[in-house]
Ligand binder design. Structure first.
Ligand SMILES: Nc1ncnc2c1ncn2[C@@H]1O[C@H](COP(=O)(O)OP(=O)(O)OP(=O)(O)O)[C@@H](O)[C@H]1O
Ligand SMILES: N[C@@H](CCO)C(=O)O
Length: 364
């Protein structure tokens, strides 16, 4: 995470927070591994040093790019500002500074398996951290993000960047009770008159310390990511509902064997397509999600033999985006995937992305 000290002017402090898109699972690593991609949510923040009037003025939010016209601009309904308010209130700061201005420019499409919600959550945690100068370490930022988005793969990769693996610590009963609070309680939809009775509500549940732990794996610079993005949304909640509660030992071992190999294989130069292609197969989530994504089995059947340069291909997060990792021949891989999806009645766009950076704080 890149951090610069905030710029101060006589009247206004302004800065930008950038959070990357992420792809979770990468085949066998369901809810475990994720990687950051060169597609960004940018939040430009302007904080007046002193309130220009005695009356409290709540944050003014504007939004351009993906989600414009759809995202609530009310700071008590918008995901990023609600997360920020949650973090502030956990630090006994009941509301935002007056006259705060937030502009979100978002290039991460919603509900496509590219971590748009994880990026919005991480942006909210970082917003609170910088607006109130909380100086929280990365591990604590992650705790807050994990109280909102309960699986660690997207938010960890979005926060720290690169190819990361993470796990959630087993919590004692008290900590578990706090971490299991329904999201509606962690992130209440504040009423329209929230500004009038601020400070009167009980404080929200503070996250237990050290919920999430992560490690960054190596990543070969030769490997690029092609995101093949269907033009329809699939919510993570819906894509999780189709998954079974239990798995056979055979299927668990199938995934564990592949994940153990994949985390090292993607850091090797030159990357080995024979090793990686098989290591990106999965039996935990993709077989169940194919019913939600027409054409998925056919697209996942592209191989390094049919498409030189291809290393492996999988569902990105909860889908419907497909992630193809490749060293060259990007256009042919993407266009053939597009054609296969089209035969199944699905229009897609594709982007060639780098794997790399995490969240950034840039002073103006
Ligand atoms: N920048 C944003 N500002 C406000 N709300 C957002 C923003 N980005 C995402 N959201 C909310 O998150 C929802 C999408 O979350 P969801 O978990 O279903 O998909 P995803 O995060 O894009 O995909 P995945 O988790 O599989 O990678 C959007 O419909 C919207 O409500
Ligand atoms: N691991 C999560 C990622 C969702 O973004 C899932 O596949 O449901």
């Amino acid at each position: 995470m890149l951090v610069h000290p905030p710029a101060m002017s006589a009247d206004t402090r302004s800065f930008t927070i950038r959070v990357p898109a992420t792809s979770a699972n990468i085949g066998p690593g369901f809810d475990v591994v994720g990687l950051s991609l060169s597609l960004w949510l940018s939040l430009s923040v302007s904080v007046p040093a002193t309130a220009s009037s005695a009356t409290y003025v709540p944050p003014r939010i504007t939004h351009t790019g993906e989600g414009a016209g759809e995202v609530p601009l009310d700071p008590y309904k918008n995901l990023t500002s609600r997360v920020a308010l949650y973090v502030l209130r956990c630090h006994a700061i009941p509301r935002f500074p007056s006259h705060l201005s937030l502009h979100c420019h978002n290039d991460i499409p919603f509900g496509r398996g590219l971590g748009s919600s994880g990026a919005a959550v991480v942006a909210g945690v970082l917003l609170a951290n910088h607006v109130a100068a909380l100086r929280l370490p990365a591990a604590r930022l992650l705790d807050f993000a994990l109280m909102v988005e309960r699986h660690p793969d997207n938010v960890t990769a979005a926060l720290v960047g690169g190819f990361v693996g993470s796990y959630l610590r087993e919590l004692d009963d008290d900590a578990m009770a706090r971490a299991s609070v329904p999201l509606s309680e962690v992130l209440p939809e504040y009423p329209p008159d929230a500004d009038e009775h601020w400070g009167l509500d009980p404080p929200p549940p503070v996250p237990p310390q050290g919920i999430g732990h992560y490690v960054r794996f190596g990543w070969s610079q030769a490997v690029k990511a092609i995101a093949i993005i269907p033009r329809f949304e699939l919510s993570t909640a819906k894509a999780r509902q189709v998954l079974p509660q239990a798995y056979s030992r055979k299927d668990m071992v199938f995934n564990l064997q592949r994940l153990a190999v994949l985390t090292t294989a993607l850091g090797q130069t030159p990357p080995d397509p024979d090793l990686i292609y098989e290591a990106m197969k999965d039996r935990i989530h993709q077989p169940y999600r194919k019913s939600l994504i027409p054409g998925l089995p056919q697209v996942l059947a592209l191989t390094p033999a049919s498409h030189p340069g291809l290393l492996g291909i999988c569902l990105s997060g909860a889908g419907p985006t497909v992630l193809a990792l490749a060293t060259h021949n990007f256009e042919q891989i993407a266009e053939d995937a597009k054609r296969i999806f089209k035969q199944a009645g699905v229009d897609v766009d594709w982007k060639l992305l780098e794997v790399g950076g995490g969240s950034e704080f840039l002073a103006h």
